[in-house]
Design a protein around this ligand. Structure first.
Ligand code: NAD
Length: 428
């Protein structure tokens, strides 16, 4: 398409990254949101999400006149050649994807899209959505293309600009190829397929990753019971190129804004066509069990009962490198601790303000004051570099529950603390 006129609807992690990166590739991009405050801040170059390089790309796009921001979709698509839908598709009734935001945007733009403009779903949407959008638009002159996004929060810009692959799918192959051409400057393999397959690729990939994590969490539990070490087990597994090393670290359960909703949505989609996806349902069940096991481990570390126990928590974001708390396993664990009567004090380098069920502090050492146990729930590298001798002095108890196997056990032992990881021998 050369330099195209693009409208991106929704300026969250996916939409803002898409808009800023497409502008950096030479396209002229208008990013649209319903949130007026967000749009005003973005138009002034202010980015509120923690994404390395994103604010800089936004500033450069604004300065070059290739990136602009607007409120409301209807008036922002009249001269677009491509419109990307990047609005939320959260978990709705019975786990299915809630498509109301997508439908609302489609209804808003249907009458103002110029002939030949391509509508592109970048939001994660269930199989059949491209067809439903076409029906809803009622425009034979506007093709719809599924182009799922695979970026990860915390590395969104770099993932967008260096993707493992680009997937475009449509029942109008020429339209799919026009969308692929928008990314012509990126050196990535491109899968051009039908709409249903493109929509399913995203779920197939995310659900596979969730199952891999559930598998490794279960394996860590098995290691504890059998006296094996998950570090050695996953090292031995990871050298097998059919398995790979990624997503082989146990943790407090998988979470974030995508894996929980996408796994539930695929189970629902499967059910709708009479298929019981028991493998995936089991991975979801295992993820719930993992949180229960973590809470039981923390209870064990403070003598069996959490009632009145003081727990210092390090890390709340669903993973390091982001300030996203959506469906964070750390929040599930802290709320379970509070429900069992524990007093929770928490610190996260990227999170401020107030959160229910805990005292949030802005200094990691404050979580240790009088604590019976310290629990690491997010793998922020800076936790490794804390003065653990000072933390030990501040604590009342001596337990460190490291649900990310982040710390160096001998260093924790050396300051007189007891280290409990996941799937690893206890060090005391
Ligand atoms: P987000 O919540 O960060 O951002 C969504 C934005 O859309 C918000 O700014 C919201 O104000 C705006 N919005 C909502 N309704 C709107 C409307 N009617 N018109 C205009 N703007 C509207 O969401 P996100 O994390 O960017 O996810 C968006 C989609 O991308 C979801 O389907 C998600 O599953 C998918 N996805 C997310 C990730 C990720 O890592 N976050 C990765 C790949 C795919």
């Amino acid at each position: 398409m050369g330099s195209a006129r693009i409208t991106v609807i929704g300026t969250g992690y996916v939409g803002l990254t898409t808009g800023a990166c497409l502008a950096s590739l030479g396209h002229r991009v208008t990013c649209v949101d319903v949130d007026e405050v967000k749009v005003a801040r973005l138009a002034a170059g202010r980015v509120d999400i923690l994404e390395p390089g994103l604010e800089e790309l936004v500033s450069r796009g604004l300065a070059a006149g290739r990136l602009s921001f607007a409120v409301g979709s209807r008036g922002s698509v009249w001269n677009a050649q491509a419109v990307f839908l990047c609005v939320p598709t959260p978990m709705g009734a019975r786990g299915a994807a809630d498509l109301r935001a997508v439908e609302a945007v489609v209804d808003e733009i249907a009458g103002t899209l110029p002939p030949g403009c391509v509508v592109i779903t970048k939001s994660t949407v269930p199989v059949g959505t491209a067809q439903r959008i076409r029906d809803r638009l009622g425009r034979s002159d506007v093709p719809v293309v599924a182009n799922p996004e695979f970026l990860r929060e915390g590395t969104a810009v770099s993932d967008f600009l260096n993707p493992d692959r680009i997937v475009v799918g449509s029942d109008d192959e020429a339209a799919a190829r026009r969308v692929a051409a928008l990314y012509a400057d990126l050196a990535a393999p491109t899968v051009v397929t039908d709409a249903a397959s493109a929509e399913l690729v995203k779920y197939a990939a995310n659900c596979f990753l969730a199952m891999k994590l559930s598998y490794v969490n279960a394996m860590a539990e098995l290691c504890e019971r059998l006296g094996a070490d998950i570090l050695s087990v996953t090292e031995g597994m990871g050298y097998d190129h059919r398995i790979g090393r990624a997503f082989l670290k146990p943790g407090p359960g998988w979470g974030g804004s995508c894996l929980p909703k996408d796994t539930h949505a695929l189970v629902q989609v499967a059910e709708s066509v009479g298929f019981d996806f028991s493998l995936l349902s089991a991975a979801i069940g295992e993820n719930i069990a993992q949180r229960d096991r973590i809470v039981a481990k923390i209870a064990g570390a403070v003598g069996g009962s959490l009632a009145g126990a003081r727990i210092g928590v390090l890390g709340l974001a669903f993973k390091a490198g982001t300030n996203d708390l959506r469906d964070s396993p750390a929040l599930s664990v802290t709320s379970m601790l509070a429900a069992h009567g524990a007093e929770v004090t928490a610190y996260d380098p990227a999170i401020g303000g107030d959160l229910p069920g805990m005292r949030l502090v802005d200094d990691p050492y404050q979580v240790a004051k009088g604590a019976d146990a310290i629990v690491v729930l997010t793998e922020w590298d800076e936790f490794r570099r804390l003065d653990w001798s000072y933390l030990a002095d501040l604590m009342h108890g001596d337990a460190v529950v490291d649900t990310r196997n982040l710390l160096d056990p001998p260093a924790i032992l050396a300051v007189g603390l007891c280290w409990l990881g996941l799937g690893r021998p206890r060090v005391r």
